[in-house]
Structure formats: C-alpha cells, structure tokens
Write a protein that binds this ligand. Structure first.
Ligand code: SF4
Length: 345
C-alpha cells in the first residue's frame, strides 16, 4: 500500500484521521438537518455504501439541536458544518457532535472563540479549518500561496489557545489550483488534510476533476480523508471515492470492472451486460476484478488480470477465470451465470 505523508493523527468520534496509510471516506448530507428522519435515513444509506464520516450543515439553532437525535440513530462520526455563528458551534459540541468545520478567523468575538475552543478541548472535538479559493479574505489575491496564508490566520488563533486537534482543507473548483494548494499545505502544516474539489459539478465533471486533483495528490502520499462533491445523490460520492482509492491502491474491498469499449468485432449484445454487472458490483464489497469483453479474439488475453470474465462470441460468451476459458454461455444466461460466479468468488 502507498505510504502517506505523516500527519498529526486525530480522533474523530472513534475514527482515526491522519498519521496512517488509510484514507477515510466522507460525505455530506443534502437534507435539512433539522429534518431528523430524512437526515438519518440518508446517513444510514451512506453508511451502508461505505461512508466513514458524515457532515451536516448547521444553518440555525434547530439544526444544531437536531444533532443529538441524529447521533443516537447513526453509527459513524458526525461533523457539523458551521459558518460564522459561534453559538451554533457551542450548541453542536454540547449536543455531542464529533467534529466541527469552522474558521475561527471569521468570528469577531474573542470570548466566543475561547469558549468554543475550551469546550472542544473538553469534549475532544477536532476542528476543521476549511479554506475555499473562491471565498478568501479580500486582503488576499486568489492563488495557492494566499490560501496557505489564510489558513495560517485561522490556525494561529487555535494554536494561541493551545488547540492542535486541527484538520485542514484547501478547496477550489479548479483541479490544478487544488493540487498546488494541497502540495503547499502538505509541506507547510503537520495537520491532516481533507481533500476535495469544491463545486466540482455533476457526475461526469466531478468524477473527472476529482480524479485528476485527488488522484495526483493521493499518489504523492498527500491526503488523509476525501470528499468527492457532486451535484447529485451523495451515494454516488461514495462509489466514486471508493473506486478512486482502489485505483490508487488505497482501498481493497471494492470490485474492479474491466470492460472494453467494443468495436466492429463484437457479435453479442454486450452493453446491457456491462451496465447490469456494474450496478451489481456497486452493491458488493469484495476485492474482485470482473471483465466484460466484446470478443474472444482479444477479450480473455486483454483481461488476463481479471478473476472472472466473459468474452463475446456469436450470440453467446465464453466464461473465463484468470484468463482460462471455462465454458460457453448463451446470451440469455450471461448475466445470471456471471452474477452467480461473482457471488461464489
Ligand atoms: S475486446 Fe474485442 S470487441 Fe472489445 S474492443 Fe477489443 S477487439 Fe473490439
């Protein structure tokens, strides 16, 4: 497994973040936090999909008060995302939240900052300082150096109060800017880094930008936790996060699907098979590589690394295991046979 940068480990409600080779997957709900039933349902779905830490937005006192009831019904650490209002931060910590996202430099009342830090220390609640390229203080020009300087403004406040359970993020909607900021952060701060591209867009755009930015950083050993942000169902964030970590050699128990793009050699109906097998694989947690290939000319050879695969013939497919052909399956039975074989693996 790839070695990670050594960062100062945090305990987020029993989940270790930083100071290890494991990268933690997180997401954020898009329900109204005060709607406890809807929020809990979404979190439980995300948990089942593999989410390890979940964040909720705190917009008012009702949201902050909902934390206790939500926490009682979920099994992963809960993070409160708070902008500006120190009272919501205090309420969230009182309600048992496991971590808060808050930029202390945005709070003018020093007594309130001290109160938050004192309570966070007492309850062992880490704080994430989140720097976004698009919302830097006006005194800064937009670039990665300013993002680091802005983080230092916030970090200084916490460190001056002897608070060090800090996590940092440096998000931009531009993947290159994101890479530059996190590289600089990794060489500047000892604190764990939460990676993400912000406002990354819908499924295709976000997958592309997140893979480019986070993939590069992860391969350099940078990043302790990731959030893929997509304008879509947050469950898709988890699927992409797992696949990205697996592609980087940082995750095991998720299947890999190999599929050829198809060409004029194809003689069976392959695309519905790929679609259904992909959906099926997204529901299982197994370290298995499955191939769905268009033809027997190149299929088994090109997918030699697959544990199980099919390669198309005329209205049928060859089933192969580790590159060796096992049997021929008629078109109508391909999906069933392949699913049974995956299940048995
Ligand atoms: S595996 Fe066969 S069908 Fe698929 S792209 Fe290669 S040659 Fe074409």
């Amino acid at each position: 497994m790839l070695k990670r940068s050594k960062t100062r480990p945090l305990n987020v409600g029993g989940v270790k973040l930083g100071g290890q080779d494991k990268v933690v997957i997180q997401s954020m709900t898009n329900t109204k936090t005060k709607d406890v039933d809807a929020t809990v349902k979404q979190i439980l779905d995300l948990e089942r999909a593999g989410c390890e830490i979940i964040r909720v937005a705190i917009l008012d006192g009702e949201d902050a008060k909902a934390i206790k009831a939500i926490k009682e019904r979920i099994h992963i650490p809960l993070v409160a995302d708070i902008h500006f209002n120190p009272d919501f931060a205090l309420m969230a910590i009182e309600q048992g939240v496991d971590k808060i996202r808050l930029n202390p430099g945005n709070i003018e009342d020093e007594d309130k900052i001290r109160a938050i830090v004192d309570l966070a220390k007492k309850k062992r609640v880490p704080i994430r300082i989140g720097i976004n390229a698009g919302s830097l203080n006006k005194k800064y020009k937009r670039n990665e150096v300013s993002m680091i300087e802005s983080a230092k403004d916030h970090i200084r406040i916490l460190e001056s109060l002897d608070f060090h359970d800090i996590c940092l993020s440096f998000k931009s909607s531009d993947p290159i800017e994101t890479i530059k900021a996190y590289r600089l952060a990794a060489s500047t701060f000892p604190y764990p880094l939460h990676l993400g591209v912000t406002e990354a867009g819908t499924l295709i755009d976000s997958t592309l930008k997140s893979s480019l930015a986070l993939g590069n950083l992860l391969l350099e050993g940078i990043g302790d936790t990731i959030r893929i942000s997509i304008s879509d169902d947050p469950l898709k964030e988890i699927t992409i996060a797992k696949k990205l970590l697996k592609a980087c050699g940082l995750y095991r128990d998720v299947p890999t699907l190999i599929a050829c793009p198809t060409c004029g050699r194809i003689q069976y109906d392959m695309l519905p098979i790929v679609k259904e097998i992909e959906e099926y694989l997204n529901t299982i947690t197994k370290d298995i590589t499955v191939a769905v290939m268009g033809c027997a000319v190149n299929g088994p050879g090109e997918a030699k690394g697959a544990d199980i695969g099919v390669a198309g013939m005329k209205d049928s497919a060859l089933l192969f295991k580790k590159g060796k052909v096992v049997m021929t399956i008629p078109q109508k039975d391909i999906i069933k046979v392949l699913k049974d074989e995956i299940e048995k693996f």
